[in-house]
Design a protein around this ligand. Structure first.
Ligand code: PBG
Length: 337
């Protein structure tokens, strides 16, 4: 535990803080935070087809993968000791409806990917996204009636979606929809269905952020979205409210909680870990990834160094892990020592 007050420091030259930085050996000994492959969750985009990938232009280095390719990616990730992979589907626009029925189709793209990965690479934990946006004709995370995102009806749909994912073999459900009451509803439905060990990593403090742009391209939701998500995602100006969200979701049965986006919300990560001491994760979202990659492509920053520094910051802020598109790259780097 950190002391609440900084320890007294004798004045110079009794104390020379540079002593502990004077060699690589001393710097390694004095290092407070470590980043390991155990801290990584890798978000991937899946699509229909076979033996296919397509690049995501706004996320250089990221590709959508057909399910068989996603299985290969999961095998590679497990080989790198990455504990979890998170699946996002690029859904055929023809399957998007106002009722979002495809979301709980046991054979939808996401559920097929879960089954295929768990069959081939059982040791990797498979995480999902629970939100209606990939299946919604209007691109929202909840059901829309007369221009309003209706809460309780959306929760019923999300519960059906969560149960289908659990039945397909998902280990970690990630409700990212920000409807009220969804964690409690999912937890009791999971218990009733016998899915007692399925964990919930709640996107508990998810902000209405402009950093999600490239992701919406990746899953093909940019064109569909009508309006914005400000009636359910949080106002970026608020911090105290995040703690209420976290507490509420923990009380309803979340096992782990997430702050999203990441780097612009490190104060929230710190406050959440400090206040609750629960497993806390940050999502380094698509816009954060794109910004690093774009600046690196211009030769304006050192890509690898910024990648590691950005991820280390989450650990220093108190996070137990990070969802990051850099996961395999950073894992390779860490493996190389
Ligand atoms: C949708 C969802 C989003 C992300 C994860 N799940 C986008 C949104 O809320 O519009 C964003 C991830 C990223 O930007 O990397 N439920």
């Amino acid at each position: 535990m950190r002391p609440t007050l900084p320890p007294p420091v004798a004045p110079h030259p009794t104390t020379r803080l540079r002593r502990l930085r004077s060699s690589d050996a001393l710097r390694r000994l004095a290092q407070e935070t470590v980043l390991t492959t155990n801290d990584l969750i890798w978000p991937i985009f899946v699509m229909d087809g076979e033996d296919m990938t397509t690049p995501v232009p706004s996320m250089p280095g990221v590709e959508r993968m057909s399910v068989d390719r996603a299985v290969q990616a999961a095998r590679m990730a497990a080989g790198l000791n990455i504990p979890a992979i998170c699946i996002f589907p690029y859904t055929d626009p023809a399957l998007k409806t106002d009722g979002c029925e495809e979301a709980w189709n046991p054979d939808n793209l996401s559920n097929r990917a879960i089954r295929a990965i768990k069959a081939a690479v059982p040791e990797i934990a498979v995480m999902t996204d629970v939100a209606l946006d990939p299946y919604n004709a209007n691109g929202h995370d909840g059901i829309v009636r007369d221009g309003v995102i209706v809460n309780d009806e959306s929760v019923q749909a999300l519960v059906k979606m969560a149960l289908a994912q659990a039945a397909a073999g998902a280990d970690i459900l990630g409700p990212s929809d920000m409807m009220d009451g969804r964690i409690g509803a999912m937890r009791s439905a999971l218990e009733a269905a016998g899915h007692t060990d399925v964990t919930i990593l709640s996107y508990a403090a998810k902000y209405a952020s402009a950093y999600y742009g490239p992701f919406r391209d990746a899953v093909g939701a940019s064109g569909a979205l009508k309006g914005d998500k400000k009636t359910y995602q949080m106002n970026p100006a608020n911090g105290d409210e995040a703690l209420r969200h976290i507490q509420r979701d923990l009380m309803e049965g979340a096992d782990m909680v997430m702050v999203k986006p990441g780097q612009a919300y490190l104060d929230i990560c710190f406050r959440v870990k400090d206040a609750f001491g629960v497993p806390t994760y940050a999502y380094q979202v698509s816009g954060e990834y794109a910004m690093i990659m774009a600046a690196a492509e211009q030769g304006w920053i050192n890509e690898e160094a910024v990648m590691v520094e950005s991820l280390m910051a989450f650990k220093r802020a108190g996070c137990d892990g990070i969802l990051t598109y850099f996961a395999p790259r950073v894992a390779k780097l860490l493996q190389a020592g």
